[in-house]
Design a protein around this ligand. Sequence first.
Ligand code: PLP
Length: 356
Amino acid sequence: MTRPIRATIRPAALRDNLELARRLVPAARQMAVIKANAYGHGLLRVAQALRAADGFAVLDLAAAVCLRNAGFDQPVLLLEGFFDAAELPVIAHERLSVVIHCEEQLQMVLASPAVERVPVFLKLNTGMNRLGFDSALLPALLQRLGRARQVGEVTLMTHFADADDDRGVDWQLQRFDAAARGLDLPVSLANSATLLRHPGAVRGWARVGLMLYGASPLPDRGAVQLGLRPAMTLESRLIAVRELACGERVGYGGTYTAPRAMRMGVVACGYADGYPRHTPSGAPVLVAGRRVGLIGRVSMDMLCVDLSEVPEAGAGTPVVLWGDGLPVEEVAQAAGTVAYQLLCALAPRVPVHEAD
Ligand SMILES: *Cc1c(COP(=O)(O)O)cnc(C)c1O
């Protein structure tokens, strides 16, 4: 038998989650964010499942070209634009849309040979203070773009820093609206947290990522509560069980000490599979469908669990690390990180298969 770890991806769940996004804000156009290998789920697999999306957003030119080569015809946005002027002829030829977030990019576009007009998402900084132009520059930027033969339709874009917390989006929305007032331009504002928590703030193109994969970006509401279906289940099996005497320690550094005589299991999943090494004892793991706690340090290829509550478990018993029955955001929270990081980190060595 091969090593029992695998990831199951459910295209039907991806489709259901896209439908949920549509129902939340029917007027928005849904741009499926499939950067980072579709959050670890596989670029083309996810694009295929979400071919009903109005557009796609990726990070790098290679991913965008890959979508075009596979026959996807809808708008494809490069979320950070281009990194080198040499990419521009390919971008124009492949009819890709680009974010322009800084003066250097703008100058490169204006200096590039005009092949075909490139649709531009002009990124404004409204308080995230990461990428984007100061909105006071907008009139001058629009003049320069308007004169350029290289530039097609201009969409105004910003990104919210607090869509998932109590500060919310209004403070940035006010700045955006003040800048965009009187301009009849398409816009793009929302990420998943905005759709789920501030649907009234969603206009134009929604850039929806995490929720499509069935995970919650909100700290106070889980995927189940939101009606999302996990698209990825990381599953494995116990490869050994053992009895511990009271006081025995487990794993590297012996960070867990048995508080009594107990049974433990060894799961074929470690940090080389993408399971975070810093996850502490007590983090939830499903063994035979029941929640148990991780014990000891996660090692490269294995992790250990407390089997006190699952006496019938033995070598071969199925284990779910996250996904069906165990929302990835709960594991992420126990590990002190976010669902995004766990999904994206799924290691290439984990075999992936599809199921409904
Ligand atoms: C990744 C990304 C998104 C998607 O965010 P989610 O929280 O996954 O929905 C939206 N906009 C931009 C600019 C991004 O980089």
